[in-house]
Design a protein around this ligand. Structure first.
Ligand code: MLC
Ligand code: AMP
Length: 463
């Protein structure tokens, strides 16, 4: 009912983007479906982002209306200038419901998710109603979703994992969702006993085990029983270290179901719900997902870049025709992931084709976007951002900077991090800042990042 009230309050949107900044819970869904029912496209904002980032998303998406929950209202004070702000709580209390909801056109934009790439600022990936419905259908079937399921949900809602892969798929099957306000390892362990499905990124499993190890025997026994009672625990958004998966198996009797996905394509491959889950592999393509492995010469090869085609494919990057054109070859989407197919057909992800794309705790980060921000620091002359392997985060974001003459002290780690946090979400901010005399460059002056990574790796402490 709340969604219809939101739709009525919004008025006909005709495809316009509406931003929502709402804490996890029923209000989020009322707003989400309210925008869709009014014929609009949702842009999800996160309280994790500072004003500079949310302002960029709103400007880029040409947002003129925001739906906000009262607990986050303060955060949109500045954004509100020249835009309409609707408090979802007011709409629920006083609004009238829209009497008739028109069926959307399947190819209309439903969701615009901002994703980092090799082009500095994040791009808006446009997903259609059809894309979301395809995802619901494919995953509903592959993972055996049923109305009796209870999804324990602690993923952020501004990315496809938490929103499309977890929340919408569960709801599409008529299942219940228990949404936590944020990731909290103790709360998750405690809630497992009354849930059936858990979905996470590998870092969440690492953090769950850190909390488990710190608990007393009675608590551990209770948590173990809860975890064993789940019918499904999935991992995605980044490679699941085999040792971590095995630890989960030792505790629960089953290896987590690892799958591969991407904002632009949804889940592409999955290990089976029943049958053998292969550690270190992401499984086989879902029905309707077509794949190719393409070598540097553009020909099919045993290992190379993964290309994907199929009905879950996004509609393109908002207002970025060039980027959209570059991402496709003859209708095939170039994922930027290097893969090979193992005996038996399961895919293994070997890495990324670009050193400038990092994955930290499941978030895709652009080294170039972070460099652009650090270059604005008055004491930094040169900067290169790299990812170093880290047991907790996957990639640890490390900024290597050359200070302007005599200004080394201003490039001290905490000062640079504080500077970056004004513009970037805390999860994008380098965990380590190294001040170097110079950066290794090739003949045309480009920083040679693999060489830099080798040189600085021994200097970096990991979590
Ligand atoms: C938090 N921090 C991170 C971070 N998350 N730093 C680097 N990478 C991350 N992912 C920062 C915090 O801001 C804080 O900074 C410090 O690290 C300590 O935070 P924490 O309390 O340890 O982190 P926590 O809040 O517990 O968050 C960890 C997490 C979170 C794993 C729960 O990162 C998370 O929700 N990740 C999920 C990302 C995701 O949903 N990706 C899906 C993309 S879609 P400071 O400076 O304050 O100390 C996709 C498609 C697909 O990939 O296939 O799924
Ligand atoms: P995003 O752009 O945030 O949707 O992230 C998509 C990227 O996450 C993919 O291109 C992969 O690099 C990575 N990814 C997702 N799932 C896995 C997985 N199971 N193993 C390795 N990488 C993964």
């Amino acid at each position: 009912m709340g969604a219809r009230r939101c739709a009525q309050a919004l008025g006909p949107l005709g495809g316009r983007r509406v931003a929502i900044l709402i804490s996890p819970g029923a209000s989020f869904l009322e707003a989400f479906f309210g925008v869709l029912a009014a014929g609009g496209c949702v842009v999800v904002l996160s309280p994790l982002h500072p004003h500079a980032e949310t302002a960029y998303f709103c400007e880029d998406a040409e947002v003129d209306t925001l739906l906000v929950s009262s607990d986050l209202e303060e955060r949109v004070a500045e954004l509100g200038r020249g835009r309409r702000i609707l408090r979802v709580d007011d709409v629920r209390a006083h609004g009238e419901p829209l009497s008739e909801v028109a069926s959307p056109n399947p190819t209309d934009a439903a969701l615009q998710l901002y994703t980092s790439g090799t082009t500095g600022k994040p791009k808006g990936a446009v997903l259609t109603h059809d894309n979301l419905a395809t995802q619901q259908e494919l995953l509903g079937e592959a993972w055996g979703w049923r109305p009796e399921d209870v999804l324990l949900h602690a993923l952020p809602l501004h990315h496809l994992h938490g929103l499309g892969i977890a929340l919408l798929t569960a709801l599409g099957a008529g299942a219940s969702v228990r949404m936590l306000p944020a990731f909290d390892a103790t709360a998750i362990w405690n809630a497992m006993e009354s849930s059936t499905v858990v979905m996470g990124v590998p870092t969440m499993y690492t953090k769950l085990f850190a909390r488990f190890d710190a608990a007393d025997d009675a608590t551990r026994a209770r948590w173990t029983a809860g975890a064993r009672g789940l019918r499904l625990a999935t991992s995605g958004s980044a490679a699941l270290p085999v040792s971590l998966g095995e630890r989960w198996r030792a505790l629960t009797g089953r290896y987590p179901l690892e799958r591969f996905g991407m904002t632009e394509i949804g889940v592409g491959m999955t290990n089976p719900l029943d049958g053998e889950r292969r550690p270190g592999c992401v499984g086989v393509p879902l029905p309707t997902v077509e794949t190719r492995i393409v070598g540097e010469d553009g020909k099919d090869a045993p290992s190379g870049e993964l290309w994907i085609r199929g009905p879950s494919m996004f509609a393109g990057y908002w207002k970025r025709e060039d980027a959209t054109k570059d991402a496709f070859v003859d209708g095939w989407f170039r994922t930027g992931d290097t893969v090979r197919r193992e005996d038996g057909g399961a895919f293994k992800v070997l890495g990324r084709t670009s050193v400038d794309i990092l994955k930290s705790g499941g978030y895709k980060l652009s080294a170039l976007e972070i460099e652009e921000v650090l270059r604005e620091h008055p004491a930094i002359a040169e900067v290169a951002v790299i990812g170093l392997p880290d047991a907790t985060w996957g990639d640890r974001v490390v900024a290597c900077v050359v200070a302007r003459e005599g200004r080394e002290a201003e490039c001290e780690e905490e000062a640079v991090r504080a500077f970056a946090k004004k513009t970037l979400a805390a999860y994008k901010v380098p965990k380590t800042v190294l001040v170097l005399k110079d950066l290794p460059r090739n003949a045309v002056g480009k920083v040679v990042k693999p060489e830099l990574a080798r040189t600085v790796a021994p200097l970096v402490r990991t979590d």
